[in-house]
Ligand binder design. Sequence first.
Ligand code: PMP
Length: 461
Amino acid sequence: MDGKIFDNDISKVVDADRAHVWHHLIQHKPFETGEPRIIVEGRGMRVWDQKGKEHIDAVSGGVWTVNVGYGRERIANAVRDQLVKLPYFANTAGSIPGAIFAEQLIDKMPGMSRVYYTNSGSEANEKAFKMVRQIAHKRYGGKKYKILYRDRDYHGTTISTLSAGGQDERGAQYGPFTPGFIRVPHCLEYRAQWDLSGEEYGIAAANAIEEVILAEGPDTVGALCLEPVTAGGGVIVPPEGYWPRVQEICKKYDILLHIDEVVCGVGRTGTWFGYQHYGIEPDFVTMAKGVASGYAAIACCVTNEKVFDMFKDDATDPMNYFRDISTFGGCTAGPAAAIENMAIIQEEGLLENTVQMGDYMLDQLKALQDKHKVIGDVRGKGLFLGVELVSDRATKEPVDEKLVQAVSGDCAANGVIIGASNRAIPGFNNMLAYSPALIATKDDIDEIVTATDNALTKVFG
Ligand code: PMP
């Protein structure tokens, strides 16, 4: 650090933040006496705060976003050049980066064909929900309007995406919700709902979706929306057998499959998209965080041609198009950044690195389980991992969320930012979460795991 960033008196910045910024997901009372955290600069895997303290960032910008790491001048330059040329035009018209990125993206997604640009993961999911509803009106007399979502999954922060939210603790104070969203059971084997294991467990969890469909009436269910690996709901990797059965069920009842790749998308699990581990064929794929690694706001709702065709097959019908717009879906900075982001992942072999480092990190975290009885389960895929803390391995009683916070607090005090549930509900969000940038090395991972090890010793003995 050369100190330059502190030229304009950082204490004034802290005061301005404390007085006027409403931070996300945070109770502000502690800021009356303490300081909010301000992140000033980032390079690679590391960020510096207002005190000049260096941290290794094990959560890619806090929420699984900065997949290619900080300080990528190549992305910044591409965005700058594009902004000077043309910053914006509504996506009723095309743009050069919009067309190029769409082609490159579709190239990575066999079976998919169309990219609808928006700003956020929530909005991308809303677009898919609206498309499902419009298809219901057009093809099924309005009847096939229900959208199934899974317990513990999260699809966004708007009222309708919260209506499709499987984390009750996030939605509890925001009802009433949008009708027509129906919950199916989660598939976390560690907190089993069926006395089965492995593939049989996966098939049972998928069959539970079929039961819901039959109870609702298959002719009323338009779509099923799932995360490939559940993120904030507890890092849940579906067991073997789950996805093939889910695909079969969707085909059997003519239900569109919507995969929410907002977290898994663009490399996080070691493939371009999480669903690609499982050989499934979605109708919708939504994505946001990793698309441009946070260098610009961009999200996409990608569909296959079957879905797209339903909005163009009858041009004489004045209602037969998607009557929707996202103003900032016309910002060119997003696709300009996304083109470079994808090129970096490809050229630097970051998918391969994610597989190798993800396996290494999973092994290292599992090794901690031998030492710390408080670790009930370690799970994840690629550089997307979670550690579940329990006070008793036999009963799987979750530890108090304050203790989970104490572990992440100790890591942060020692210069390692990890994820930890806040506002937990027992049994799921008693998690430590890790999603380092896809550039992580063994040394980075050792540093993160050692900090966790030390913090667990300090908090639990
Ligand atoms: N889907 C998933 C799986 C998410 O994790 C998130 C955000 N954490 C969203 C959707 C919503 O994305 P955004 O915050 O960009 O609206």
